[in-house]
Design a protein around this ligand. Structure first.
Ligand SMILES: [Zn+2]
Length: 240
């Protein structure tokens, strides 16, 4: 089985005009990490389907800030944990809830201009689900259009599973920080996936040690081509 990184087509080549301006209601603060000695704000651990509105204390998470008190950060993280999927990393900066804001223009089947968000038209999601692809968990968005004939936009909640192989990472960077859970490396020039870490039960996932990489299987890639999806790009990621 081959694997590909799924991204948007290059910005300058886009013909669809769709754009949106939106944010999520809740998030963990960034952390001035005492182990890393620098701030850490993960920007792509997102849970569009996690609604914190019934959680006592959740209003503390409605603003963004950089926390300097590790114990307070841990307290906030544990407050959220029962509401997220088991095993969630919950790094500083993780965000929760649907995207709420405004949208306009025409949207391609998939809109991926921002690495932490996979937006898909409802009709496109239904086409992919009908093909039997695994791991397509859609969540509603609160994106409002002013125009007529607006598409319904869904956000995929993509599980964080799978890793870049240590061989493609700088020495000593393969393990996350024990305190904040962050990984500190930039996209490897010759990325390699770690075979043992890849989920066998999903056709789409987000790498746990590089959360803005959305990875799809060959099966998913073939389906996109066959159905004529537009405005995406694929880069094969070798596996070791
Ligand atoms: Zn750290």
């Amino acid at each position: 089985m081959r694997f590909y990184r799924l991204s948007s087509a290059p910005y300058e080549s886009l013909r669809y005009t769709g754009e949106y301006n939106a944010r999520r209601k809740w998030g963990l603060p960034g952390l001035q990490c005492p182990s890393c000695n620098v701030p850490y704000v993960g920007d792509s651990e997102v849970y569009p389907n996690v609604d914190l509105s019934g959680l006592p204390g959740a209003e503390q998470l409605e603003k963004a800030w950089l926390e300097t008190d590790l114990e307070r950060f841990k307290h906030l993280r544990e407050m959220v944990r029962p509401l997220v999927p088991a095993g969630a990393p919950l790094v500083p900066g993780a965000r929760f809830g649907p995207l709420v804001g405004s949208a306009r223009g025409n949207f391609a089947q998939l809109h991926m201009l921002y690495a932490d968000r996979v937006i898909i038209r409802r009709d496109a999601l239904e086409q992919l689900q009908a093909e039997g692809l695994r791991g397509l968990k859609g969540g509603r968005t609160g994106l409002r259009f002013r125009q007529r004939n607006a598409p319904e936009l869904i956000e995929l909640e993509v599980e964080m599973l799978g890793l870049f192989h240590p061989d493609c990472l700088p020495p000593g960077k393969a393990e996350p920080c024990v305190t904040c859970g962050g990984y500190r490396f930039s996209l490897p020039e010759q990325p390699l996936l770690d075979k043992a870490s890849l989920p066998g039960h999903l056709d789409v996932f987000r790498l746990r040690n590089f959360t803005n990489a959305i990875v799809i299987t060959e099966r998913f890639a073939d389906t996109l081509r066959r159905l004529g999806f537009e405005e995406y790009s694929l880069r094969e990621l070798p596996v070791r």
